[in-house]
Design a protein around this ligand. Structure first.
Ligand code: B16
Ligand code: MG
Length: 219
């Protein structure tokens, strides 16, 4: 039986993934680095500093840690400026309704995001109240695909056993983290971009909640 539902934030509850892309794109354009949507896909679920490293490696560039801190801080300023304009139009269609259905069944919900801006997004959209536990980038010492993030979610949900947890993720690194934690996983988005996900939805209405609770399968 699934009793705990764990949701990633960017790309699962809200389309802030497009703002992360635009933030990195602005930095890359200023610096003359190659950066496109394909490379951006590898940054999903990955921490800010590790995302920067992926971009630098792709461009064959090396910098001091001080320079890297400056690049990451600049990207974050661009991202936060975009967050100033965030609204409910940015919510993944059907996501809030689905979390509400889960809660109305008396099941527990957690939010597990690698982002250090997650609390700000949750508050801006007034969706922090939807989650019994919240784990963000501030709580983590290891980034996805390490299972730490989801293990911490389960712990904060009262030591939920992993096989009673299902994780919703838009990132390959996040699916890997969920499976490494011994949890069920549901990919959200484009199945072609999530080769390691056994089951993928593009709409929350594709889920048969009773079947998911019983078996960890979406239908
Ligand atoms: P920040 P998630 C992740 O959030 C994003 O997918 C990833 O693109 C981003 O680099 C990471 O958060 C760190 O975000 O720079 O705001 O701390 O998908 O785990 O909700
Ligand atoms: Mg994500």
């Amino acid at each position: 039986m699934i009793r705990s539902f764990i949701f990633d934030l960017d790309g699962v509850i809200v389309f802030t993934d497009r703002y992360h892309y635009l933030g990195w794109k602005e930095l890359a354009d200023e610096e003359g680095w190659r950066f496109d949507q394909t490379l951006n896909h590898q940054l999903r679920g990955v921490s800010r500093m590790q995302s920067l490293q992926i971009i630098l490696d792709h461009n064959g560039l090396e910098f001091t840690s001080q320079q890297k801190d400056e690049f990451a801080a600049r990207k974050n300023r661009y991202y936060q400026a975009l967050l100033d304009g965030i609204s409910t139009d940015d919510l993944y269609p059907g996501a809030v309704e689905f979390v509400g259905r889960v809660r109305s069944r008396g099941l527990r919900t957690a939010l597990g995001s690698s982002s250090r801006n997650a609390d700000r997004v949750l508050k801006a959209l007034e969706i922090d109240v939807l989650f019994d536990a919240v784990v963000t980038g501030h709580d983590l010492t290891r980034t996805k695909p390490d299972p730490q993030i989801f293990q911490l979610c389960a712990q904060r949900l009262g030591d939920a056993p992993p096989d009673e947890c299902v994780v919703f993720e838009d990132a390959e690194s996040g699916i890997e983290a969920a499976l490494a934690a011994g949890m069920h996983a549901v990919g959200v988005g484009d199945a072609a971009q999530l080769p390691n996900a056994e089951q993928v939805i593009s709409e929350y209405t594709e889920i048969d909640l009773d079947t998911l609770i019983e078996s960890g399968r979406i239908r």
